[in-house]
Ligand binder design. Structure first.
Ligand code: FES
Length: 235
């Protein structure tokens, strides 16, 4: 019953998102981005629902979902760790961080732990090369990391999950362990630019300049990495 109610609440939230964007097809990427925040991923039924409400073919919605690497059609863990393996981060040891996370979490075939707590992925430049090596955990950015930070980060987020689950049954004070959280409406790129002095790190990461040219509505693709430059027809 509770699951059913949660699902209904998610669809109600999705309705509000589409309503806010007036079901405008031109805002599909933003709708999908926020839908993914609500559901955690974009399964077929959510894509179909969005297509119906926005009066467009499911194939068009699916084309956008599969084009941008930001979107996923697979369930994600409570915390998604995206390790940037762009040039600047790679030379600073990002690959070792990625391997350490996978080893620490016993991830071999899957990207998500059996308990559904963590998903570990690699991504391209997120525009914060000055903080390399960088990773994001959901919307939080962590930079200038060393291999020692891997287990510390995992411990922090495991504690956070424990605290959340205790809070759900009402026996602990509010969690104060959270790290940096983006301001509402601010993209990771914008936030990181502010933190590193608004200077796009062009020399350090040529991909950044290329991706920074993507128009504002499409920042999601610029921020979380894809080498593909041309969106599907109509976007
Ligand atoms: S290469 Fe990692 S943030 Fe640019």
């Amino acid at each position: 019953m509770r699951e059913h109610e949660e699902l209904e609440a998610k669809y109600a939230a999705l309705d509000r998102i589409m309503h806010r964007y007036h079901c405008d097809r031109g805002q599909l990427i933003r709708v999908l981005q926020e839908a993914q925040e609500v559901f955690g991923y974009l399964p077929e039924e959510v894509q179909t629902y969005i297509a119906g409400k926005m009066d467009m073919p499911v194939s068009e919605v699916n084309g956008v979902v599969t084009f941008y690497s930001l979107f996923t059609t697979d369930p994600q863990g409570r915390f998604t760790i995206n390790v940037c393996t762009g040039t600047a981060c790679y030379v600073q040891g990002a690959q070792h961080l990625l391997e350490d996370f996978k080893r620490n979490l016993n991830l071999t075939d899957n990207n998500t732990t059996a308990d559904g707590l963590f998903t570990v992925k690699s991504t391209r430049c997120i525009g914060a090369c000055g903080l390399a090596p960088v990773l994001t955990v959901n919307n939080e950015v962590h930079g200038k990391l060393t291999r020692k930070d891997v287990s510390k980060l995992l411990r922090t987020y495991k504690r956070m999950a424990d605290t959340e689950s205790r809070q759900r049954i009402g026996d602990t004070p509010p969690n104060k362990e959270r790290g940096h959280t983006f301001e509402q409406g601010m993209s990771p790129i914008d936030e990181c630019r502010q933190r590193i002095g608004d200077t796009p790190p062009a020399e350090e990461c040529p991909q950044f300049m290329k991706k920074a040219e993507v128009k504002e509505n499409d920042w999601v693709s610029a921020g979380l990495g894809t080498d593909q430059e041309q969106p599907p027809a109509g976007h």
